[in-house]
Design a binder for this molecule. Structure first.
Ligand code: PLP
Length: 367
């Protein structure tokens, strides 16, 4: 049976190899996965406590409207409750946006490389994809503006960008918003929001009033450490949310996810601690790259994309044999780079040691 024609060009999402399988295949005892930008410190205890409480209600459907976390988050963010939509991960909010606003007569503009789910979901809806190459890891906002025409429905900004970690400063963001026609949705995907420390990173929530075409995406999967539970959200003008709601499944976020998110929001201390340790980890990688003269992108997220000056897959395999799973750039549009999630200090130091040995083995093989 043939699916819709536009699906023929798509591949299902390929997750990294499960840790257990790698252990068995390579006969390793310890495997550290630094490939999916998960939080190495787990999640807040408050989130776990909420989950435990909720375990007595598993026979009851979740609240599809997610009223409790909605109320909490609206107060926390200072937006109206009607300005929020929850998804089974922010991945699902991307899907709902595409389902609600894209169709074969429309086009959508995004950077390349960026987070692949924008493209993937837009292709399923039959929309035309307009990709604008990054410049030095940054969105080329001027060229993105030029791609917008009367059929453009959604423009995607990934801030900070996955896989480069670069961010769009406030001034560039505002100049961009001024130029985008008001009937074109601009999505600011802020999956790594909690990790950002740059002073000129835009507080996009402030701009929702001036720009009712702005949609902000955030998630509990990354800094909050709740990737397993799948809960993320969109923030936008209520008219956009109203347009999206019919495309949302009735019970799309689970009881456990909603409860955990409520607990997670209450624990600012946990987030601050993770952010601080992540910064220290990034600095370790920066100084390693500078010492070894390796190109890297300064990151506002919890990962670093660095150049191994050789085939990314061979670096990936080298590290795998040492017990470290990273993300090869070959599938991300950077064939000589690898993306490493910042881990615990011990693991950062250890993988840097392995990388150093790998880089030196390259030099030796040339000599
Ligand atoms: C991880 C990630 C997401 C998706 O996160 P969910 O787990 O679906 O909430 C969205 N955007 C970017 C850029 C990401 O890196």
């Amino acid at each position: 049976m043939q699916p819709k024609e536009q699906l023929l060009s798509l591949q299902p999402y390929k997750p990294g190899k499960p840790v257990e399988e790698v252990k068995r295949e390579l006969g390793l005892e310890k495997i550290i996965k630094l490939a999916s930008n998960e939080n190495p410190y787990g999640c807040s205890k408050l989130a776990k406590d909420k989950i435990t409480e909720e375990l007595s209600n598993l026979q009851v459907y979740p609240d599809g409207y997610a009223a409790e976390i909605r109320e909490k988050l609206s107060g926390y963010l200072g937006v109206e409750q009607e300005q929020l939509i929850f998804g089974n991960g922010s991945d699902e909010v991307v899907q709902i946006l595409c389902r609600a606003y894209l169709s074969p007569e429309t086009n959508t503009v995004m950077a390349a490389p960026t987070f692949p789910q924008y493209r993937h979901n837009a292709v399923i809806e039959g929309a035309e994809i307009r990709e604008v190459p990054l410049i030095n890891g940054n969105h080329d906002l001027d060229s993105m503006i030029e791609e917008i025409d009367h059929q453009t429905k959604i423009v995607w900004l990934c801030n900070p960008n996955n896989p480069t970690g670069n961010y769009i400063p406030e001034n560039d963001f505002v100049q961009f918003m001024k130029k985008v026609p008001s009937n074109v949705i601009v999505v600011s995907d802020e999956a790594y929001f909690e990790y950002v420390s740059a002073n000129d990173y835009p507080n996009t929530i402030h701009y929702l009033k001036n720009y009712p075409n702005l949609v902000i995406l955030r998630t509990f999967s990354k800094a909050h450490g709740l990737a397993a539970l799948r809960i993320g959200y969109g923030i936008a003008d209520r008219s956009i949310i109203k347009g999206m709601e019919p495309a949302r499944e009735p019970f799309n976020t689970s009881r456990l996810a909603q409860a955990a998110a409520i607990g997670a929001l209450e624990d600012e201390g946990f987030i601050n601690e993770c952010k601080q340790k992540n910064r220290e980890g990034l600095e370790l990688f920066y100084s390693f790259c500078e010492r070894k003269d390796l190109l890297y992108y300064p990151s506002e997220a919890n990962f670093i994309l660095l150049d191994v000056n050789s085939d990314a897959d061979s670096a990936f395999n080298y590290l795998l044999k040492k017990g470290y799973i990273v993300r090869s750039g070959s599938a991300l549009g950077f064939p000589t780079m690898i993306r490493i999630t910042i881990g615990e200090e011990e693991h950062n130091k250890e993988i840097i040691g392995h990388l150093e040995a790998y880089i030196e083995s390259l030099v030796e093989s040339v000599n």
